[in-house]
Design a protein around this ligand. Structure first.
Ligand code: NIG
Ligand code: FE
Length: 403
């Protein structure tokens, strides 16, 4: 792979307060960014003769996008439930009647490895076309030891096949496994005593997630799981305050969680807890709109200085989308985030939510050469067209992956 030299770029380097850099060059070699310089400062750079030069002609260059919350590996589809909800049946009622997560668990268990991989690879292809260079993938549709480990091993296989880096998350505590007929305590014992040690031993995930909600798990139950996960050296994150307030986000912050996700019912006065623990607020407008939920307390999060990320939550029940650009556009439309805040929400802050900010998510020397050249000249132009994904070229670790 030859060294890469991007010239005449307008650089938004990933952090929301960093100034836009006009007419800059970015030099990368061996997968990493080595220099970010104004065009005028180019003489200080000794360029290897074989460098691949790209004239960006003033277009916007940002870090590659990071989708930091997805349930990408699943079987089946739930369009019927979509129609049922439109006819007035609430999500949690459908779930209690055996639909919801349980129906995707049945379809996922029944699907072949190659079938699951092919469907997930197609979704990753859609994401690559949008300049998404890193994707988090959760388990959580297996819900017994065999199938949860299987999903995490398939996530690892996706990492080998896809152009993107895959960051795997263990979500055994998504719902009670069907074999446990509603016995939460018995299921959680299995998650803690069987699944979690195997996940840690095989290094199948870097963090542990849980769904803290009516019909799923309480904050106390999740706290016990998080204590054991941390003792095994895993980071934690949580689905919290989505349908109502259950105290999951504050509890997760006490565990130093990487992120607390959804947060429609977070209390504004809890925002400083997330800021203080460095827990990223991952907002998921796709699920929010699909389920007709209210906006999370964005103003309080911003005022408290909590980092905000945006993600697709790609899953067959509540957010059937791979369109991260649309999520950023909705971050602006629904939450009134500035274009720079929206871009940071899928770059530097999304990297923070995955615990990988030290190596990707910004354009700076030492960071991975994960880069997105837009068909736009400014952050505002990049996010202005609702539903569009104005992408020109994409590099992952310095290698071009533009489809
Ligand atoms: O992030 N909230 C819980 N989990 C998923 C939805 C899961 C499903 O309905 O299949 C979410 O929205
Ligand atoms: Fe989710």
């Amino acid at each position: 792979m030859p060294p890469l030299l991007l010239r005449h770029a307008t650089v938004f380097a990933g952090e929301r307060h960093w100034p836009l850099l006009a007419d800059h060059m970015v030099f990368a070699d061996l997968g990493r960014i080595l220099a970010v310089l104004p065009e005028g400062g180019a003489h200080s750079l000794k360029l290897p003769p074989n460098a691949l030069e790209v004239d960006c002609a003033g277009a916007l260059l940002t870090p590659g996008l990071i989708d930091c919350h997805t349930h990408l590996l699943f079987g089946g589809a739930r369009a019927k439930e979509f129609a049922m909800r439109l006819a007035g049946r609430p999500y949690q009622e459908i779930a209690a009647a055996g639909g919801g997560i349980a129906s995707t668990v049945r379809a996922t268990r029944a699907a072949s490895d190659e079938g699951l991989l092919a469907a997930a690879m197609a979704r990753l292809g859609e994401m690559a076309r949008q300049g998404v260079t890193t994707v988090e993938v959760k388990s959580g549709y297996g819900l017994d030891t065999e199938h949860e480990l299987r999903l995490l091993r398939l996530a690892r296989e996706l990492g080998r096949r896809a152009p993107q880096e895959i960051v795997p998350t263990f979500l055994g505590a998504h719902a009670v496994g069907p074999e446990f007929s509603g016995d939460r305590a018995a299921y959680l014992r299995c998650v803690r005593e069987e699944m979690l040690p195997a996940v840690a031993r095989e290094k199948l995930a870097t963090s542990v997630d849980a769904f803290c909600e009516t019909g799923a798990f309480t904050a106390e139950e999740v706290s016990e799981l998080f204590g054991e996960a941390r003792a095994l050296g895993l980071r934690v994150r949580i689905h919290a305050e989505q349908f109502g307030w259950h105290g999951g986000a504050a509890m997760a912050a006490r565990h130093g969680a990487l992120s607390a996700d959804h947060l429609e019912y977070l209390k504004p006065e809890e925002a400083p807890l997330l800021a203080a623990s460095g827990t990223v607020a991952v907002l998921l407008p796709g699920a929010q709109l699909t389920l007709a939920l209210p906006n999370p307390p964005v103003a309080a999060l911003r005022e408290a200085g909590a980092a905000i990320a945006l993600a697709t939550d790609c899953n067959p029940g509540t957010s059937m989308t791979t369109n991260l650009h649309l999520m950023l556009q909705l971050g602006a439309a629904l939450y009134r985030l500035s274009p720079e805040e929206c871009l940071a929400a899928a770059t530097a802050n999304a990297a923070r939510a995955l615990g990988i900010r030290e190596r990707t998510g910004t354009i700076a020397p030492g960071q991975a050469a994960d880069l997105l050249l837009w068909d736009a000249a400014t952050p505002a132009e990049a996010l202005y067209r609702l539903g569009a994904a104005p992408v020109r070229r994409v590099w992952k670790g310095g290698r071009e992956i533009t489809p």
